[in-house]
Design a protein around this ligand. Structure first.
Ligand code: PBS
Length: 283
């Protein structure tokens, strides 16, 4: 369905660490929406499927071909970067990160992206059929792009991977992975007290764990009144692909009674989880 396809970009990440002229490693991983589907370790010649649906609708032969392209690419990339470094006098050690992929849009269209970062800062992106330095990149990056842009074969391959291979892989994955991608998982919630913020005060903690997909709403309430002092933690990934969140409230101990934590999530329909402070938790 169109609604499904919209929210599941394929994001392929490459992380390359160059320690000196003779040691480097390159690892890869890829996500469809919030779910990691592939991993490719530096010491392995094969891209590993992390989901039963990771092959999508590609045949074994198509995967073989794709894997071969990436294997050649990894060797060439490492060699080319080392040449750039010698030519352009860049200092070791450094990390290069690449992020590339696509999203399938309604009406048989797609949009794609490919960005490169050096030491954590974006320096280059692939646009149309060229490597383009970011406006504020140092001069050596512009030189590197000029050199890279002379390789028409690589530019064509990159364009083909982004415009043709990526969207067709994603279309297959949306079919083979549909039930897992679409299936919401309900959070569990519980209350605890955190480290005391001061004399006569309490830190109320509401834990929300195990939900999928990511957006969740959680608030400390008094009756229907949202408590503006609610502090939201970061949404943290868990090993099973679900998410964890905590929201806290710093209150005077005598005002804790009657407070509740309210949780809304797509998996719950309109049945919000409501937990009352003082009923059950060890405070
Ligand atoms: C310090 C950072 C500097 C950034 C510099 C600018 C960005 C450059 C990024 C270059 C990334 C490609 C590296 C490999 C490439 O240069 C080339 O050596 C090889 N090309 C490929 O493997 C194509 C696949 C690219 C996938 C990219 C996914 C991100 C080998 O090229 C040679 O063989 C191919 C066929 O295998 C062609 O014939 C090509 O013309 C030929 O040069």
């Amino acid at each position: 369905s169109e609604g499904l396809q919209r929210h599941f970009p394929l994001r392929c990440l490459q992380i390359s660490s160059f320690a000196n002229s003779s040691w480097s490693r390159t690892d890869g991983l890829a996500w469809l929406g919030e779910l990691q589907a592939y991993t490719w370790r530096s010491d392995s010649d094969t891209i590993r499927f992390l989901k039963p649906w990771s092959q999508g609708r590609f045949s074994d032969q198509q995967w073989e071909n794709l894997q071969h392209i990436f294997l050649v690419y990894r060797i060439s990339f490492t060699r080319d970067i080392q040449e750039f470094v010698t030519m352009l006098h860049v200092d070791y050690p450094f990390d290069i990160q690449m992020s590339g992929g696509c999203e399938v849009l309604p009406g048989n269209t797609s949009k794609s992206f490919l960005d490169i970062a050096f030491q954590g800062t974006a320096i280059v992106s692939f646009q149309g059929t060229f490597w383009v330095p970011n406006p504020d990149s140092p001069p050596w990056v512009q030189t590197a792009c000029k050199v890279a842009n002379q390789d028409q074969g690589t530019r064509e391959t990159v364009r083909w991977l982004l415009d043709s291979v990526c969207p067709s892989l994603v279309r297959g994955l949306l079919e083979t992975g549909k039930s897992e991608l679409e299936k919401p998982v309900q959070p569990e919630a519980w209350l605890s007290s955190g480290p005391t913020p001061g004399p006569g005060r309490l830190l109320l903690v509401c834990h929300v764990s195990g939900f999928y997909p990511n957006p969740v709403w959680a608030m400390w309430m008094r009756g229907e009144q949202e408590q503006p002092g609610t502090r939201r933690g970061d949404v943290l990934p868990q090993a099973d692909g679900t998410w964890y969140l905590r929201v806290t409230l710093d209150v005077a101990a005598r005002e804790a009674a009657g407070l509740s934590c309210r949780v809304r999530h797509s998996s719950l329909g309109d049945q919000d989880i409501v937990l009352y402070w003082g009923r059950g938790q060890a405070s």
